[in-house]
Ligand binder design. Structure first.
Ligand SMILES: Nc1ncnc2c1ncn2[C@@H]1O[C@H](COP(=O)(O)OP(=O)(O)OP(=O)(O)O)[C@@H](O)[C@H]1O
Length: 257
């Protein structure tokens, strides 16, 4: 079956403006061809989940999007700019609009929650006042339901709380695009579902677009407007969760069984 033809209709309309356009992306490490003519367009307000087996190239894809890795060929346009051609300052400007939630959370252990959130702001927004910072920190903590944690240290947080704080730190810059690297990995099922809800709530509130890398099929179901299967370096198929769920294609089925 030609899966592209079969399931290439997503819940979100392709009429919305594209924010990320990836065309013919290729990346190899020696003989290891990881991305091989990979294509993907993400539109405004859209949550796209990228599914793929371990080693399929999901992290490499994300690194290319934020300019941490250079593609061998092909292009990645973020808000119309070709990431591989940007200089350091231009990349920094783009990164204020593109938030990244690390799988490890990447909170600074020696800083309080407030300092972790402030650090993000001071690094990117040079002219921000202390009054603005206080308000933004308050809003960010309220967004994730943890207004009382500002003076806590990361070591005092549970895994779920740390994930929420990491999400607050990502959202404090009000990014227009958020890239999530396995946001629910390592969390218990109840906490994982809370994180799914927060991802969707904040995406709606700030009208952000997202790429979510996940193996957690509940997370995929709860967050995805569209699911992309990365296989053999290509976008193997692309459709709504419900469409892929009933697919007869064996490569798709293995993720949904
Ligand atoms: N810097 C690098 N140098 C050499 N090979 C690399 C490098 N980064 C990634 N790779 C290779 O690229 C392939 C894809 O890796 P990647 O981390 O993107 O997989 P993934 O889909 O994110 O897997 P997982 O779900 O296990 O995290 C792997 O074969 C990996 O060994």
């Amino acid at each position: 079956m030609d899966m592209k033809t079969a399931v290439n209709t997503s819940k979100t309309s392709s009429k919305k403006e594209p924010v990320i356009v990836i065309e013919n992306l290729c990346k190899a490490f020696g003989d290891n061809v990881v991305l091989d003519d990979f294509n993907l367009t993400v539109h405004k307000d859209e949550n796209v989940v990228v599914l793929g087996k371990s080693g399929a190239g999901k992290s490499v894809l994300i690194k290319c999007i934020i300019g941490l890795m250079k593609p061998d060929s092909g292009s990645i346009l973020v808000f119309g700019d070709n990431v591989a051609e940007l200089n350091h300052e231009e990349l920094d400007r783009i990164r204020t609009k593109v938030g990244f939630l690390f799988q490890s959370n990447a909170l600074y252990d020696s800083m309080t929650v407030r300092e972790n959130l402030e650090f993000s702001l001071r690094r990117h927004w040079i002219e921000v006042t202390q009054h603005d910072i206080d308000n933004l920190v308050k809003e960010a903590l309220e967004n994730v339901g943890l207004p009382h944690t500002a003076d806590m240290m990361p070591a005092e947080l549970s895994g779920g709380m740390a994930k929420r704080i990491a999400l607050a730190r990502t959202m404090i810059l009000k990014p227009e695009i958020i890239l999530y690297d396995e946001p629910t990995t390592g969390l218990d099922p109840v906490t994982a579902r809370e994180i799914d809800k927060l991802i969707v709530k904040l995406q709606k509130k700030y009208k952000a677009s997202s790429i979510i890398i996940s193996h957690d099929m509940n997370c995929v179901k709860n967050t995805a407007d569209r699911v992309v299967l990365l296989l053999d370096g290509k976008c193997y198929t692309d459709g709504a969760y419900e469409e892929l769920l009933v697919s007869a294609d064996k490569n798709v089925k293995q993720f949904f069984e």
